[in-house]
Design a protein. Structure first.
Length: 191
């Protein structure tokens, strides 16, 4: 059983794992997408997402925390300047892991990890962000809803009465044909 084992060890000791993740994170920040194994991509996602969240508020404390994790001042400056502006309104989920198949040499499952907002293919269409609310919408006033209900019931009554009288006289089929012909001729006259 694997209770409480949240860290993906990657078959490495702590120092080697931290250095490898820091290097991969710096490469991801620089190139916006990298190819790696699926397990390393999932570990990198857990490593970099909190750093991107910290970069949204540009304080000295957050910059120092990011530098202690990344160990590269150019990557930290790019993270806080470029990436933070682009992901400013996104509430998490800054990276995307896409499976790429298996590697030829050892059949390891490969993946591409990328920053979501820097993909030009998916972000090609500019959508207007709708304001979402968790509160219920305002409903029609009772007067408006009563008027609308009365109108629909009156039209339903009138149409049923007309159909009943026409059905008795047997003229319902002829009237439909005549009405459709009249509408066609009216449209032709308008043009």
């Amino acid at each position: 059983m694997r209770h409480g084992k949240k860290v993906i060890h990657l078959g490495r000791k702590v120092a080697h794992r931290k250095s490898m993740l820091a290097n991969m994170a710096c490469s991801l920040i620089e190139h916006k997408r990298i190819n790696t194994t699926l397990t390393k991509a999932k570990a990198l996602k857990q490593f970099i997402e909190p750093l991107v969240t910290k970069s949204k508020s540009d304080t000295t404390h957050n910059r120092r925390n990011a530098f202690s994790a990344l160990r590269d001042k150019y990557a930290v400056s790019e993270l806080f300047n470029d990436i933070a502006q682009k992901v400013g309104n996104r509430p998490g989920g800054y990276t995307r892991v896409v499976r790429m198949g298996n590697r030829l040499g050892d059949n390891a499952s490969m993946a591409m990890i990328e920053l979501v907002d820097f993909n030009e293919v998916y972000n090609n269409v500019k959508e207007i962000a709708k304001k979402s609310t968790r509160r219920g919408r305002t409903k029609k006033t009772t007067d408006e809803s009563e008027i609308a209900a009365e109108e629909t019931s009156e039209t339903a009554l009138v149409s049923t009465e007309e159909k009943a009288t026409e059905a008795k006289s047997g003229e319902i089929t002829e009237k439909k044909v005549d009405n459709s012909n009249d509408s066609l001729t009216d449209e032709a006259d308008k043009k």
